[in-house]
Structure formats: structure tokens, C-alpha cells
Design a protein around this ligand. Structure first.
Ligand code: IMP
Length: 194
């Protein structure tokens, strides 16, 4: 029988992505399935602390082991912005298009367009906290391209490619993405520690 683990996220895109990567090995249980429909708190100033905060909330309120993840887009010439504020960069309504427009506007025609996506997964089992980081480096395009993916995908071109994440198939994105890299570390840890 597959192991079951709750994934503490309200974002169905992330559940889909992570299930595609980890699915054969483990059954990912969504928050909805455990009756958690409220928005998880993420009020900390770092990606790491937010990941832990979200997982801890679910552990405390639903008494299950779980993992959560937090991701930020870190742009070198914007001093790491939007970083931990990626979801609400252009306002509290979390509008992906407005967020991308703000990034493109702030960068203007700046030549240093280096950026990275950074994911931190926090796993809490039996009260024990472990974190796993995944990074993909790339650059910010001058325009949005592609229709797939979500969030900042249309303006992020990973190193070694000449197309954005939003122009890639799910499988192609999953083969190199920040989240897939963090999940691979989580998976390796789970395989050796269960
Ligand atoms: P959070 O981890 O849900 O707080 O996400 C932070 C922000 O980064 C949101 O605006 C997401 O849409 C965006 N984001 C997270 N993962 C990705 C990704 O894989 N591609 C593009 N944007 C992402």
C-alpha cells in the first residue's frame, strides 16, 4: 500500500505538480480531504519560516503529519524581490498578471535579468521538522510568452532553454523545476527514513 501524506497547500496547481513527481511512491492527500478549507497563515519574513508556519498550522489544528511548501521568485537586480512577497507583489488579490507586469516594469530594460525560483518544503512528522530546498536558475524575459503553468511562469526562462516555463509541458517543467528538485530531496528522505 502507498504511504499517505497530507500536502498543506490550498493551491491545486501545486498539488497537481507534486503528485506528478511523487505520485507513484506516495499518495498525496489534499487539505480539502481532511476538511481544511481555510487559508493557511504565512506571515513570516522568509520562505523557510512561512513553509514551517503553514505545516505547523495543519499539524496543530488537524493532528496529522504533513508537508508544506513555499516558493519565491528572487531577482538579482531587484535585490531578491519579489522573494517572500511573490504572491502579493502587486497587491493582496494575488493576481499573477499584475505581479508579472510589476516585475517587467521594475526591470525595464535592465540588462541583468538573472533570477531564480526557490522552493522550501517543510515536513513535520511526529513533531520533527525537516526542510528541503530546490532552486532553478534562469532569467526574466522582456515579455510574457506561453499559456501553460501558473504564476510567474510566462516570464521565467530557465538556464539552458530559450523558452519560458509557460511554454513547456508539465513533464518538461517538472524535470528541472525548483519544486521538483525540492520534492526529489523530500522523496529521498522519506524512502530512507520510513
Ligand atoms: P506561494 O508559495 O504560494 O506563496 O507562491 C508564491 C508566488 O510564487 C505565487 O505568486 C505563485 O504563483 C508563484 N509561484 C510559485 N511557484 C511557481 C512556479 O512554479 N511558477 C511560477 N510561479 C510560481
Amino acid at each position: 500500500m502507498k504511504n499517505r501524506l497530507v500536502f498543506a497547500t490550498g493551491n491545486p496547481n501545486k498539488v497537481k505538480e507534486i503528485s506528478q513527481v511523487i505520485g507513484d511512491y506516495m499518495e498525496i492527500v489534499s487539505l480539502k480531504e481532511i476538511g481544511c478549507e481555510e487559508e493557511l497563515p504565512e506571515t513570516n519574513p522568509t520562505i523557510e519560516a512561512n513553509a514551517i508556519q503553514k505545516a505547523q498550522y495543519v499539524v496543530d489544528h488537524y493532528k496529522v503529519d504533513c508537508f508544506s511548501e513555499d516558493t519565491g521568485l528572487e531577482i538579482e537586480s531587484l535585490n531578491g524581490e519579489p522573494g517572500v512577497y511573490s504572491a502579493r507583489y502587486a497587491g493582496t488579490e494575488k493576481n499573477a498578471d499584475a505581479n508579472m507586469n510589476l516585475v517587467l516594469q521594475k526591470l525595464g530594460d535592465h540588462t541583468n535579468r538573472k533570477a531564480q525560483f526557490r522552493t522550501v518544503i517543510a515536513l513535520i512528522r511526529n513533531g520533527d521538522i525537516k526542510t528541503f530546498e530546490g532552486i532553478v536558475k534562469g532569467k526574466i524575459a522582456f515579455d510574457k510568452t506561453g499559456k501553460d503553468g501558473f504564476g510567474y511562469d510566462p516570464i521565467f526562462v530557465p538556464d539552458g532553454f530559450d523558452k519560458s516555463f509557460a511554454e513547456m509541458s508539465a513533464a518538461e517543467k517538472n524535470s528541472i523545476s525548483h519544486r521538483a528538485r525540492a520534492v526529489a530531496k523530500l522523496q529521498k528522505y522519506l524512502e530512507t527514513s520510513i
